[in-house]
Design a protein around this ligand. Sequence first.
Ligand SMILES: CC(C)(COP(=O)(O)OP(=O)(O)OC[C@H]1O[C@@H](n2cnc3c(N)ncnc32)[C@H](O)[C@@H]1OP(=O)(O)O)[C@@H](O)C(=O)NCCC(=O)NCCS
Length: 171
Amino acid sequence: MDSSRITLRPYKSTDADDVLSWASDDRITRSTHFSTLTSKEDALNFIDKSSIPWRRSICIDDRSIGMVVARPGSGDDRCRAEIGYVLGVEYWGQGITPVAVKMAIPLILDEFPEIVRLQALSNAEHKASHRVLEKAGFIKDGMFRKYLYFKGEIKGVVLYSFLSTDPIIPS
Ligand SMILES: CC(C)(COP(=O)(O)OP(=O)(O)OC[C@H]1O[C@@H](n2cnc3c(N)ncnc32)[C@H](O)[C@@H]1OP(=O)(O)O)[C@@H](O)C(=O)NCCC(=O)NCCS
C-alpha cells in the first residue's frame, strides 16, 4: 500500500455507508470491545459521537476504512490515554494500521497537552495487534496474566506504551 493514500481525519456524516461496511463485520469486533454496527442509523450515531472518546477515521483515498480511538484519562490518570484501532477486513495485512497509529500520535498529544503517555492493553493472544503497536514505535511494558473478562473468558493482556518524548518512526 502506497502510504500517501492513507489519511486520518474526523468522521463526516457522508461516511455513514463506508463506516457501516467495515463496522458491521463481526470479524473486526470479535477481538475488540467495539460493538458491531447493524444499520445506517447506528453508523450515523457512531459518527455523531466521534468526539467522545476521540476517534478518527482511517481513510484510503479519503474513504473511511477503519478507526483509531483514544480515551484520555481523568483525575490522577490524566497523564495518559488508552488507544485502540480497527480496520476493515479487506485491508488487513497491508501495514495500514501502523501508519494510521503513527499519524494519530502527534494529533492526540497536541489536542491533550497533559498526556505524556499513550498506552494499549492488547489481548495476550492477539499477535497482529502487538505487531501494529511495535511497528508504530510502542514499547512492550509487560504482561498481566488473567487480567480481564473478554467475551466471557478471563484473558491475559500485554501492555504497550508510547511516551511523548519517544521518537515517531517515519512511515
Ligand atoms: C489488528 C489489526 C488492526 C491489524 O491491522 P493491519 O493494518 O492488518 O496491520 P498490519 O498489516 O501491520 O499487520 C499486522 C500483523 O498482522 C498479521 N497479518 C498479516 N497479514 C494478515 C492478514 N491477511 N490477516 C490478518 N493478519 C495479518 C501479521 O502478523 C502482521 O505483522 P507483520 O507485519 O510483522 O507480518 C486488524 O487486523 C484489525 O482491525 N483487527 C480487528 C480489530 C482489532 O483486533 N483491533 C485491535 C484491538 S484494539
